[in-house]
Design a protein around this ligand. Structure first.
Ligand code: PEP
Length: 250
């Protein structure tokens, strides 16, 4: 059976509203719906409205935010809550992206609280996990990703875990041009799949597990062919509409 795939674009702190408008005009104009795939966009919060407006007639295209706070509202200057994001049209939230963890010091405990908040707000969390180079070299990869996954879902019911997305993103591969080989990625995905089945039973078998880390049009096919790779989370290569079109049409 052909796999059903998820392609997620993380624009990080790029694409102002005018850039997002031009990008979405090109993308939506040229991309025709494909039954076996969903395309998710994670723009900066200031460009979310542009993406939401551009995809409103399209069930195969979805929008989300790159981060949320764990509270729904209040005195948290500079933060965006899940409920605010949902009311602005987001349906998804990245949680625990490696830049949140390693640049902003987000802890496992905080990712757990953010997953709870995302689900409470009606957002699908994309839970990001991944090891540093030092952890990989110390053969700690599987222990690290299992710990991160367990912590992220510790506050939610199995049914909510079953409706989440997981992304394996080795820290050393993000934005570096280095990517895990399909076999290395697959070994981690297989371990995450086993963990998801333990957490959520049979339903854990259906959670998409995406690979992220320097994915581009040249390496995407081989990564998607690997066992348990159910899609890709893409940063740099998702910023150019033509390149992103090539990736999602792969
Ligand atoms: C990311 O930001 O999630 C990512 C994988 O970035 P890049 O594709 O640029 O490595």
């Amino acid at each position: 059976m052909k796999k059903s795939l998820v392609f997620a674009a993380n624009w990080k702190m790029n694409q102002a509203p005018a850039d997002a408008t031009a990008f979405m005009r090109t993308f939506v104009g040229q991309y025709t719906r494909q039954q076996d795939r969903r395309v998710l966009f994670f723009p900066s919060a200031v460009s979310l409205h542009v993406v939401v407006g551009a995809i409103k007639e399209r069930g195969d295209l979805e929008a989300g935010v790159q981060n949320i706070h764990w509270e729904d509202k209040g005195a948290f200057t500079g933060e965006t809550s899940g409920t605010l994001a949902r009311s602005a049209g987001a349906r998804h939230a990245l949680i625990g992206h490696s830049e949140r963890r390693h640049v902003f010091g987000e802890t496992d405990e905080e990712t757990g609280k953010k997953v709870v908040a995302a689900i409470r707000a009606g957002l699908t969390p994309t839970i990001c996990v991944g090891e540093t180079l030092a952890q990989r070299e110390a053969a700690e990869t599987l222990a690290v990703v299992r710990r991160q996954l367990r912590a992220a879902v510790s506050g939610v019911e199995a049914a909510s875990v079953a409706s989440a997305i997981v992304a394996y993103e080795p820290v050393w591969a993000i934005g570096t041009g280095k990517n895990a080989t399909p076999a290395d990625a697959s070994a981690v995905h297989v371990a995450l799949r086993a963990e998801l089945r333990e957490i959520a039973g049979e339903r854990g078998g259906a959670v998409p597990i995406l690979y992220g880390g320097s994915v581009n049009r040249s390496n995407v096919d081989a990564l998607l062919a690997a066992a348990e790779v159910g899609g890709v989370l893409v940063g740099g290569a998702s910023l150019d509409a033509e390149q992103w079109l090539a990736i999602v049409r792969t």
